[in-house]
Design a protein around this ligand. Structure first.
Ligand code: PLP
Length: 330
Protein backbone atom coordinates (compact mmCIF):
# COMPACT_ATOMS: atom_id res chain seq x y z
CA UNK A 1 0.00 0.00 0.00
CA UNK A 2 1.54 3.29 -1.10
CA UNK A 3 1.87 6.09 1.42
CA UNK A 4 -0.65 8.89 1.01
CA UNK A 5 0.70 11.95 -0.81
CA UNK A 6 -0.81 13.99 2.01
CA UNK A 7 1.02 12.15 4.76
CA UNK A 8 4.27 11.27 3.05
CA UNK A 9 5.57 14.82 3.37
CA UNK A 10 8.21 16.51 1.29
CA UNK A 11 10.61 13.52 1.44
CA UNK A 12 8.83 12.06 -1.60
CA UNK A 13 9.78 14.99 -3.82
CA UNK A 14 6.10 15.71 -4.31
CA UNK A 15 4.72 19.11 -3.34
CA UNK A 16 2.76 19.42 -0.08
CA UNK A 17 0.43 22.10 1.26
CA UNK A 18 3.34 23.91 2.96
CA UNK A 19 4.81 24.49 -0.52
CA UNK A 20 1.57 26.21 -1.53
CA UNK A 21 1.76 28.40 1.56
CA UNK A 22 5.35 29.31 0.70
CA UNK A 23 4.26 30.12 -2.85
CA UNK A 24 1.56 32.41 -1.49
CA UNK A 25 4.23 34.32 0.40
CA UNK A 26 6.33 34.74 -2.76
CA UNK A 27 3.35 35.79 -4.88
CA UNK A 28 1.91 38.19 -2.33
CA UNK A 29 1.71 41.68 -3.82
CA UNK A 30 3.03 40.38 -7.17
CA UNK A 31 0.34 38.12 -8.66
CA UNK A 32 -3.16 39.55 -8.85
CA UNK A 33 -5.58 38.25 -6.28
CA UNK A 34 -8.09 37.61 -9.05
CA UNK A 35 -11.78 38.18 -8.41
CA UNK A 36 -14.26 35.43 -7.51
CA UNK A 37 -17.47 36.13 -9.42
CA UNK A 38 -20.93 34.60 -9.33
CA UNK A 39 -23.74 34.56 -11.88
CA UNK A 40 -27.42 34.08 -11.21
CA UNK A 41 -27.79 32.76 -14.74
CA UNK A 42 -25.16 30.09 -14.08
CA UNK A 43 -26.77 29.12 -10.78
CA UNK A 44 -30.22 28.81 -12.34
CA UNK A 45 -28.85 26.87 -15.26
CA UNK A 46 -27.00 24.32 -13.11
CA UNK A 47 -29.05 24.33 -9.91
CA UNK A 48 -25.88 24.90 -7.89
CA UNK A 49 -24.05 27.85 -6.44
CA UNK A 50 -21.08 28.51 -8.72
CA UNK A 51 -17.99 30.55 -7.79
CA UNK A 52 -15.79 31.50 -10.72
CA UNK A 53 -12.11 32.14 -9.94
CA UNK A 54 -11.13 34.48 -12.74
CA UNK A 55 -7.55 33.66 -13.69
CA UNK A 56 -8.23 35.07 -17.14
CA UNK A 57 -7.65 38.34 -15.29
CA UNK A 58 -4.29 37.17 -13.90
CA UNK A 59 -1.05 38.84 -15.03
CA UNK A 60 -0.15 37.71 -18.56
CA UNK A 61 -3.72 36.45 -18.87
CA UNK A 62 -3.58 33.04 -17.19
CA UNK A 63 -2.86 31.23 -13.90
CA UNK A 64 0.50 30.12 -15.36
CA UNK A 65 2.06 33.30 -13.96
CA UNK A 66 1.65 31.86 -10.45
CA UNK A 67 3.74 28.75 -11.06
CA UNK A 68 6.28 30.48 -13.27
CA UNK A 69 6.97 33.27 -10.81
CA UNK A 70 7.07 30.92 -7.84
CA UNK A 71 9.52 28.57 -9.56
CA UNK A 72 11.93 31.33 -10.54
CA UNK A 73 11.65 33.12 -7.18
CA UNK A 74 12.49 29.84 -5.41
CA UNK A 75 15.75 29.34 -7.34
CA UNK A 76 19.03 29.88 -5.51
CA UNK A 77 20.82 33.16 -6.43
CA UNK A 78 23.46 31.32 -8.46
CA UNK A 79 20.85 29.72 -10.77
CA UNK A 80 18.99 33.01 -11.08
CA UNK A 81 22.18 34.71 -12.26
CA UNK A 82 22.59 32.14 -15.04
CA UNK A 83 19.01 32.42 -16.28
CA UNK A 84 16.04 30.16 -17.03
CA UNK A 85 14.61 28.44 -20.03
CA UNK A 86 11.18 27.18 -21.02
CA UNK A 87 9.63 25.48 -24.00
CA UNK A 88 6.08 26.40 -24.83
CA UNK A 89 4.09 28.14 -27.51
CA UNK A 90 1.47 29.30 -25.09
CA UNK A 91 0.72 30.76 -21.70
CA UNK A 92 3.67 29.19 -19.87
CA UNK A 93 6.14 30.96 -22.19
CA UNK A 94 4.63 34.35 -21.57
CA UNK A 95 4.39 33.68 -17.85
CA UNK A 96 8.07 32.71 -17.65
CA UNK A 97 9.03 35.74 -19.73
CA UNK A 98 7.09 38.15 -17.50
CA UNK A 99 8.16 36.52 -14.23
CA UNK A 100 11.80 36.62 -15.36
CA UNK A 101 11.58 40.28 -16.16
CA UNK A 102 10.06 41.05 -12.75
CA UNK A 103 12.80 39.05 -11.01
CA UNK A 104 15.56 40.43 -13.22
CA UNK A 105 16.48 36.97 -14.54
CA UNK A 106 17.27 36.33 -18.20
CA UNK A 107 14.86 33.98 -19.99
CA UNK A 108 15.25 31.90 -23.13
CA UNK A 109 12.06 30.50 -24.63
CA UNK A 110 12.00 27.71 -27.18
CA UNK A 111 9.00 28.19 -29.48
CA UNK A 112 7.83 26.43 -32.66
CA UNK A 113 8.87 28.48 -35.70
CA UNK A 114 5.23 28.50 -36.84
CA UNK A 115 3.88 29.96 -33.57
CA UNK A 116 1.50 32.88 -34.06
CA UNK A 117 3.60 36.00 -34.69
CA UNK A 118 1.65 37.80 -31.97
CA UNK A 119 2.66 35.23 -29.35
CA UNK A 120 6.33 35.44 -30.28
CA UNK A 121 6.17 39.22 -30.21
CA UNK A 122 4.47 39.18 -26.80
CA UNK A 123 7.16 36.85 -25.42
CA UNK A 124 9.94 39.03 -26.84
CA UNK A 125 8.07 42.08 -25.57
CA UNK A 126 8.61 40.83 -22.01
CA UNK A 127 12.33 40.81 -22.73
CA UNK A 128 12.83 37.07 -23.31
CA UNK A 129 15.07 35.65 -26.01
CA UNK A 130 13.02 33.46 -28.36
CA UNK A 131 14.78 30.47 -29.97
CA UNK A 132 12.69 28.75 -32.65
CA UNK A 133 12.50 25.10 -33.69
CA UNK A 134 10.59 23.01 -36.19
CA UNK A 135 7.84 21.16 -34.33
CA UNK A 136 7.50 18.52 -37.06
CA UNK A 137 11.15 17.47 -37.24
CA UNK A 138 12.70 18.40 -33.90
CA UNK A 139 12.00 17.13 -30.39
CA UNK A 140 11.57 20.15 -28.17
CA UNK A 141 12.37 18.40 -24.91
CA UNK A 142 15.74 17.18 -26.21
CA UNK A 143 16.48 20.55 -27.77
CA UNK A 144 15.57 22.38 -24.57
CA UNK A 145 17.67 20.06 -22.43
CA UNK A 146 20.70 20.44 -24.73
CA UNK A 147 20.39 24.21 -24.95
CA UNK A 148 19.90 24.54 -21.20
CA UNK A 149 22.98 22.39 -20.50
CA UNK A 150 25.07 24.30 -23.02
CA UNK A 151 24.12 27.69 -21.61
CA UNK A 152 23.85 26.74 -17.93
CA UNK A 153 20.16 27.64 -17.82
CA UNK A 154 17.60 26.16 -15.45
CA UNK A 155 14.77 24.52 -17.37
CA UNK A 156 11.33 25.28 -15.96
CA UNK A 157 8.80 22.80 -17.34
CA UNK A 158 5.16 23.85 -17.74
CA UNK A 159 3.63 21.47 -15.20
CA UNK A 160 5.82 18.68 -13.85
CA UNK A 161 7.76 20.73 -11.32
CA UNK A 162 7.27 21.04 -7.56
CA UNK A 163 7.30 24.84 -7.38
CA UNK A 164 5.17 25.20 -10.51
CA UNK A 165 2.51 22.92 -9.00
CA UNK A 166 2.70 24.78 -5.67
CA UNK A 167 2.29 28.12 -7.44
CA UNK A 168 -0.75 26.92 -9.40
CA UNK A 169 -2.30 25.65 -6.16
CA UNK A 170 -2.46 29.21 -4.83
CA UNK A 171 -5.39 29.85 -7.19
CA UNK A 172 -7.58 27.34 -5.35
CA UNK A 173 -6.23 28.48 -1.97
CA UNK A 174 -7.37 32.04 -2.69
CA UNK A 175 -10.70 30.82 -4.00
CA UNK A 176 -11.49 28.71 -0.93
CA UNK A 177 -10.34 31.49 1.36
CA UNK A 178 -12.86 33.76 -0.35
CA UNK A 179 -15.79 31.34 -0.49
CA UNK A 180 -15.39 29.08 2.51
CA UNK A 181 -15.76 25.31 2.13
CA UNK A 182 -16.85 23.98 -1.26
CA UNK A 183 -18.61 20.74 -2.19
CA UNK A 184 -16.88 20.48 -5.54
CA UNK A 185 -14.01 22.13 -7.39
CA UNK A 186 -13.82 21.98 -11.20
CA UNK A 187 -10.35 22.38 -12.69
CA UNK A 188 -9.27 22.17 -16.31
CA UNK A 189 -6.62 19.59 -17.03
CA UNK A 190 -3.67 19.56 -19.40
CA UNK A 191 -0.50 18.20 -17.84
CA UNK A 192 -2.04 18.45 -14.39
CA UNK A 193 -0.03 21.23 -12.74
CA UNK A 194 -3.13 23.25 -12.01
CA UNK A 195 -5.24 20.25 -11.00
CA UNK A 196 -2.67 18.74 -8.66
CA UNK A 197 -1.88 22.08 -7.00
CA UNK A 198 -5.56 22.90 -6.56
CA UNK A 199 -6.28 19.41 -5.22
CA UNK A 200 -3.58 19.81 -2.56
CA UNK A 201 -5.03 23.18 -1.54
CA UNK A 202 -8.59 21.81 -1.41
CA UNK A 203 -7.56 18.76 0.62
CA UNK A 204 -6.05 21.06 3.26
CA UNK A 205 -8.56 23.90 3.23
CA UNK A 206 -11.87 22.26 2.34
CA UNK A 207 -11.65 18.59 3.30
CA UNK A 208 -14.40 16.57 1.64
CA UNK A 209 -14.50 18.85 -1.39
CA UNK A 210 -14.64 16.72 -4.53
CA UNK A 211 -11.97 17.85 -6.95
CA UNK A 212 -12.74 17.07 -10.58
CA UNK A 213 -10.44 17.47 -13.58
CA UNK A 214 -11.95 18.49 -16.91
CA UNK A 215 -10.31 17.58 -20.22
CA UNK A 216 -11.24 18.11 -23.86
CA UNK A 217 -13.09 15.05 -25.16
CA UNK A 218 -10.45 14.51 -27.86
CA UNK A 219 -7.61 14.46 -25.34
CA UNK A 220 -8.73 12.27 -22.45
CA UNK A 221 -5.33 10.89 -21.46
CA UNK A 222 -5.96 11.97 -17.88
CA UNK A 223 -9.20 10.02 -17.65
CA UNK A 224 -7.55 6.98 -19.21
CA UNK A 225 -4.63 7.29 -16.80
CA UNK A 226 -6.92 7.45 -13.79
CA UNK A 227 -8.83 4.39 -15.00
CA UNK A 228 -5.65 2.37 -15.68
CA UNK A 229 -3.74 3.50 -12.63
CA UNK A 230 -0.73 4.50 -14.72
CA UNK A 231 0.26 7.37 -16.99
CA UNK A 232 -1.28 6.84 -20.42
CA UNK A 233 0.25 8.71 -23.37
CA UNK A 234 -1.96 9.61 -26.34
CA UNK A 235 -1.16 11.15 -29.76
CA UNK A 236 -1.40 14.98 -29.85
CA UNK A 237 -5.15 15.59 -29.61
CA UNK A 238 -7.18 17.94 -31.80
CA UNK A 239 -9.29 20.40 -29.88
CA UNK A 240 -9.81 24.15 -29.72
CA UNK A 241 -8.56 23.89 -26.11
CA UNK A 242 -4.98 24.62 -27.16
CA UNK A 243 -3.76 24.93 -23.57
CA UNK A 244 -4.76 21.33 -22.82
CA UNK A 245 -3.26 19.51 -25.80
CA UNK A 246 -0.78 17.65 -23.62
CA UNK A 247 -0.27 13.99 -24.38
CA UNK A 248 0.34 12.73 -20.83
CA UNK A 249 0.32 13.67 -17.16
CA UNK A 250 3.61 14.12 -15.30
CA UNK A 251 5.63 12.04 -12.85
CA UNK A 252 4.73 14.50 -10.08
CA UNK A 253 1.22 15.46 -11.16
CA UNK A 254 -0.09 11.94 -11.76
CA UNK A 255 0.35 10.53 -8.21
CA UNK A 256 -1.36 13.61 -6.76
CA UNK A 257 -4.21 13.51 -9.27
CA UNK A 258 -4.66 9.76 -8.74
CA UNK A 259 -5.00 10.17 -4.99
CA UNK A 260 -6.78 13.49 -4.65
CA UNK A 261 -8.98 13.92 -7.72
CA UNK A 262 -12.40 12.28 -7.38
CA UNK A 263 -12.90 12.03 -11.10
CA UNK A 264 -11.88 13.30 -14.51
CA UNK A 265 -14.62 14.20 -16.99
CA UNK A 266 -14.48 15.40 -20.59
CA UNK A 267 -16.35 17.98 -22.64
CA UNK A 268 -16.65 18.37 -26.42
CA UNK A 269 -15.44 21.53 -28.21
CA UNK A 270 -19.06 22.65 -28.78
CA UNK A 271 -19.51 22.91 -25.01
CA UNK A 272 -16.39 25.09 -24.82
CA UNK A 273 -17.82 27.46 -27.41
CA UNK A 274 -21.08 27.63 -25.50
CA UNK A 275 -19.24 28.42 -22.27
CA UNK A 276 -17.15 31.11 -24.01
CA UNK A 277 -20.38 32.72 -25.19
CA UNK A 278 -21.76 32.58 -21.66
CA UNK A 279 -18.67 34.34 -20.30
CA UNK A 280 -18.79 37.01 -23.01
CA UNK A 281 -22.50 37.69 -22.87
CA UNK A 282 -23.40 37.22 -19.21
CA UNK A 283 -20.15 37.93 -17.39
CA UNK A 284 -18.52 40.37 -19.82
CA UNK A 285 -15.31 38.38 -19.83
CA UNK A 286 -12.98 37.16 -22.55
CA UNK A 287 -12.11 33.54 -21.75
CA UNK A 288 -10.02 31.31 -24.01
CA UNK A 289 -11.30 27.86 -25.03
CA UNK A 290 -9.09 26.03 -22.51
CA UNK A 291 -10.16 28.48 -19.82
CA UNK A 292 -13.78 27.45 -20.40
CA UNK A 293 -13.30 23.72 -19.75
CA UNK A 294 -14.37 23.74 -16.09
CA UNK A 295 -17.44 25.89 -16.68
CA UNK A 296 -18.38 23.76 -19.68
CA UNK A 297 -18.42 20.67 -17.44
CA UNK A 298 -20.97 22.39 -15.18
CA UNK A 299 -23.17 23.62 -18.03
CA UNK A 300 -23.06 20.46 -20.14
CA UNK A 301 -24.10 18.25 -17.25
CA UNK A 302 -20.81 16.31 -17.27
CA UNK A 303 -20.93 16.89 -13.50
CA UNK A 304 -23.99 17.35 -11.27
CA UNK A 305 -24.06 20.73 -9.50
CA UNK A 306 -27.58 20.65 -8.00
CA UNK A 307 -27.66 22.01 -4.51
CA UNK A 308 -23.88 22.18 -4.26
CA UNK A 309 -21.32 24.91 -3.76
CA UNK A 310 -19.03 24.61 -6.74
CA UNK A 311 -15.70 26.31 -7.39
CA UNK A 312 -14.91 26.81 -11.09
CA UNK A 313 -11.38 27.74 -12.11
CA UNK A 314 -11.47 29.99 -15.17
CA UNK A 315 -7.88 29.38 -16.18
CA UNK A 316 -7.04 31.91 -18.88
CA UNK A 317 -8.14 34.54 -21.37
CA UNK A 318 -5.52 34.52 -24.10
CA UNK A 319 -7.22 34.00 -27.43
CA UNK A 320 -6.48 35.77 -30.69
CA UNK A 321 -9.31 38.07 -31.65
CA UNK A 322 -9.96 36.59 -35.08
CA UNK A 323 -10.63 33.08 -33.73
CA UNK A 324 -12.48 34.52 -30.74
CA UNK A 325 -14.83 36.38 -33.08
CA UNK A 326 -15.41 33.17 -35.04
CA UNK A 327 -16.19 31.21 -31.85
CA UNK A 328 -18.69 33.81 -30.68
CA UNK A 329 -20.36 34.24 -34.04
CA UNK A 330 -20.62 30.44 -34.54
C1 PLP B 1 -1.69 25.45 -19.23
C2 PLP B 1 -3.13 25.74 -19.19
C3 PLP B 1 -4.05 24.79 -18.72
C4 PLP B 1 -3.64 23.39 -18.30
O1 PLP B 1 -2.82 23.43 -17.16
P1 PLP B 1 -1.97 22.15 -16.70
O2 PLP B 1 -1.26 22.59 -15.49
O3 PLP B 1 -1.05 21.81 -17.84
O4 PLP B 1 -2.93 21.06 -16.47
C5 PLP B 1 -5.38 25.14 -18.65
N1 PLP B 1 -5.81 26.36 -19.02
C6 PLP B 1 -4.96 27.32 -19.49
C7 PLP B 1 -5.51 28.63 -19.89
C8 PLP B 1 -3.59 27.04 -19.58
O5 PLP B 1 -2.76 27.97 -20.05
Amino acid sequence: MAVSVLEAGSSTGLPVFADIEAARGRLDGIAHRTPVLTSRFADERTGGRLFFKCENLQRAGAFKFRGAYNAIAALPPEARRRGVMAYSSGNHAQAIALASRLLDVSATILMPIDSPAMKMAATRGYGAEVVTYDRYTEDRETLARDLAAERGLTLIPPYDHLEVIAGQGTAAAELIEATGPLDMLLVCLGGGGLLSGCALAAAAMSPGCQVIGVEPEAGDDGRQSLARGEIVTIPVPRSIADGALTTHLGQLTFPIVRELASDIVTVPDEALVEAMRFFAQRMKMVVEPTGSLAAAAAFSGAVACEGRRVGVIVSGGNVDLASYARFLAG
